[in-house]
Design a binder for this molecule. Structure first.
Ligand SMILES: Cc1cc2nc3c(=O)[nH]c(=O)nc-3n(C[C@H](O)[C@H](O)[C@H](O)COP(=O)(O)OP(=O)(O)OC[C@H]3O[C@@H](n4cnc5c(N)ncnc54)[C@H](O)[C@@H]3O)c2cc1C
Length: 540
């Protein structure tokens, strides 16, 4: 038994675990956070705090992080799940193949055992759920609203208020002013203003993105410095990473962070509390830690493994959701030939919403990115031209390239699920995933994408092609133990407590019964904060 005085064990340091832990620690509970906690000790120190252009012009060692010391940053084959992961961020997926095995023909998820989980590389797009998005959950937008505000204060969110997207996101208190947008986005927004009335009538709405990125200094972090290096480094610490939260908790006497622990299972002894079993990854020793409550935030798939193993539900199917996702590289024609200023950030510039037509389905969300710092060579495998011609054409078009990233909502069906298999001795239990969208879903998504791209054409953006990088590629996973009002097994209750347990709570994507297209991570953090606040109150 590990000898750390603990009231609550939190598993996982991603957005869910970090925010649940923060709420518990702030409420005075003694918390131990168990994590595998992989880090990058190789590339971070190599990247100077300079802009992309300064680095390209001046750093003789830039090939080391742009291409990777093993040239691991050069993509071969089709665009896949990990397309955005640059060499300095590749540690995110380290050891997941061995420790978190997946069996699937049609779903290749990105899993992370890093400090900060997937959010060590996330793009920071914040899409608060509206009151309608909470329908069917046993808690409402109004119950989550103070937790949204707590998360905004903790992580720093910038964005506009009262724009065309506000009705789809609900009110969000405490944001910093929106980030500057680049010339590409400005041109699109100007055209949108001209055609706004007609586009709105057709169900299309556009605005600046809400981002988990500081536009004002705050303790330990800087306002964004517009260096266009966000895919490579966190030199200005403006984009939220869960490790900033861990750093701030690290100074508190009631918080302990224990990395290198792979949590295996939990049990609830008859005399009370919870015992968590884990393996120390350096020594191989199996350890135990007792607490009064357990908060699982190992990511949707990681938590599914721990729950199904602990409840001995090998072979039980649980639902799985993941936003369907399409990229559409487009040429922003009115900006052809325009200069490309150095000052910019690399994250999402504009966000848009397409309302469902009378054919039904939920909202479709789109994000507009410019393309530069991910480097031209990554695009070349997508070009129909031979390498030298392709490179020349790409270099000319690059300043006017707008990447439209389209997300669709997802709902559970009997054809999207996962189940845990018992492994042979000495191996890890594999999670089998089946994800087959219906023909009707595919048809509707295709139709909505065509509608959306027609609107972008009216804004000057001509789509070159549509790329579907695979079912798991949106990197947003959810829905395994949904919070429901009715007491079905393998679900969670209104406080996100796993049914059939007394003290085990869920603080990641597991609890969502459907996935709106807008991205779950910000709401996941608010729900995790609420779980932390609730558990703290129960223990008090
Ligand atoms: C490139 C990229 C861009 C993205 N952009 C966006 C975006 O713009 N907007 C958005 O809403 N979402 C985005 N996402 C998705 C977002 O990152 C995830 O939704 C979010 O990180 C999920 O948080 P989580 O805490 O549930 O799990 P994770 O982030 O997966 O964290 C899981 C944590 O659990 C730990 N863990 C797992 N298993 C165990 C175990 N058995 N024992 C101990 N510890 C364990 C891991 O070490 C990790 O710390 C993006 C993701 C990526 C990769």
């Amino acid at each position: 038994m590990i000898d750390t005085p603990t009231e609550v064990v939190v598993v996982g340091s991603g957005p869910g675990g970090a925010n649940a832990a923060a709420a518990l620690v702030e409420a005075g509970r003694r918390v131990t956070l168990l994590d595998v906690g992989n880090e990058d000790r190789h590339y971070e120190a190599l990247i100077p705090p300079q802009s992309f252009i300064e680095i390209r012009r001046g750093d003789p060692a830039q090939h080391r992080y742009f291409l990777g010391d093993e040239f691991e940053g050069i993509p071969f084959g089709p665009v896949g799940t990990a397309a955005q992961l640059t060499p300095p961020r590749a540690y995110l997926t380290r050891s997941t193949r061995e420790l978190l095995p997946i069996i699937s023909d049609d779903f290749s998820p990105l899993q992370s055992l890093a400090v900060g989980g997937l959010a060590a590389a996330w793009g920071g797009v914040v899409g608060p759920f509206s009151a309608e998005d909470f329908e069917g959950l046993p808690f409402s937008f109004e119950e989550i609203r103070p937790h949204y505000a707590a998360v905004v204060r903790r992580i720093g969110v910038s964005g506009p208020t009262g724009d065309d997207l506000a009705p789809f996101y609900g009110p969000l208190d405490g944001m910093m002013p929106p980030a500057e947008i680049d010339g590409n986005a400005e041109a699109v927004l100007r055209r949108y203003a001209r055609h706004r009335r007609r586009l709105n009538a057709a169900g299309f709405h556009l605005g600046r993105a809400r981002l988990a990125m500081c536009t004002e200094d705050r303790p330990g972090r800087h306002a964004v410095q517009y260096r266009d290096m966000e895919f490579w480094a966190d030199t200005d610490r403006s984009v939220y990473r869960p490790r900033w939260t861990l750093e701030s908790l690290g100074g508190r006497s009631n918080f302990t962070y224990l990395p290198r622990r792979l949590v295996l299972s939990f049990e609830e002894p008859a005399d009370g509390g919870v015992i968590v079993r884990m393996r120390h990854l350096d020594t191989g020793a199996v350890e135990q830690l007792g607490a009064r409550a357990l908060v699982l935030a190992a990511g949707t798939l990681g938590t599914a493994r721990i729950v199904l193993r602990s409840l001995a539900r090998y072979g039980a199917r649980v639902p799985l959701l993941c936003n369907p996702y399409t990229y559409a590289p487009s040429i922003n024609v009115p900006t052809l030939g325009a200069p490309l200023p150095d000052r910019r950030h690399s994250l999402c510039q504009l966000a848009g919403v397409l309302e469902a037509d009378r054919d039904g389905g939920g909202l479709t969300h789109v994000q507009l990115y410019s393309y530069r710092s991910l480097l031209t060579f990554r695009l070349l495998p997508q070009s129909p031209l031979a390498f030298p011609e392709g490179l020349r054409v790409m270099q000319l078009l690059l300043p006017s390239l707008a990447i439209l990233v389209i997300h669709h909502e997802d709902r559970p069906t009997g054809e999207k699920y996962c189940l845990l298999h018992r492994a042979a001795a000495g191996e890890e239990d594999p999670l089998e995933i089946r994800y087959t969208p219906s023909d009707e879903d595919r048809r509707r998504q295709d139709q909505n994408e065509r509608r959306l791209l027609r609107h972008f054409r009216a804004l000057g953006c001509w789509t070159v092609r549509r790329i579907r990088p695979g079912h798991a590629a949106s990197l947003r996973y959810a829905g395994t133990f949904p919070a429901t009002a009715e007491g079905r097994e393998l679900t969670s209750d209104a406080h996100c407590r796993l049914r059939g347990t007394r003290h085990v709570y869920l603080a990641d994507g597991s609890i969502f019964h459907r996935l709106p297209a807008k991205g779950l991570t910000f709401t996941l953090m608010a729900c995790a904060n609420r779980v932390g606040a609730h558990v703290a109150k129960v223990l008090a």
